[in-house]
Design a protein around this ligand. Sequence first.
Ligand code: MG
Length: 163
Amino acid sequence: MSALIGIGYDSHRLAAGRRLVIGGVEIPHGQGLQGHSDADVLAHAVIDALLGAAGLGDIGEHFPDTDERWRDADSMALLKQVVATIDSAGMAIVNVDCTLVMEAPKLGSRRAAIRESLATALQCEPRRVNVKASTGEGIGFVGRGEGVAALAVASLQAPADAS
Ligand code: MG
């Protein structure tokens, strides 16, 4: 059976008066991520990795930020929608690996909660979802605390008739 691989990348600006939601987990912080939806940068990177592996375009095509339907959208609900699309196309998630690049706050113990949250949305075991954290080392927009970036890789099992 053939394996399908996809990559995802996203970044959002940090701003006052916004919630900081990472992989569906709200993290108390002085500021949050700015965007049309809830700006869950990690969920967005995972969505793009899944769409990439499935050959289904990108998040902007599926959930355009010009569409009022997606204003303040719960990105985990969007992720679940993508998972359902992949499932109905006969593809199965093998694993997802992602890296959050954020200067502060440190993820610490929240990393396990984020992993659980993503695994629930992906409908797979937590061992198939890996969440890593990195910083900008004081360099660039992440290092200056201006924004947060996320990268993800997803592996899908192709439908039996497509291998
Ligand atoms: Mg985004």
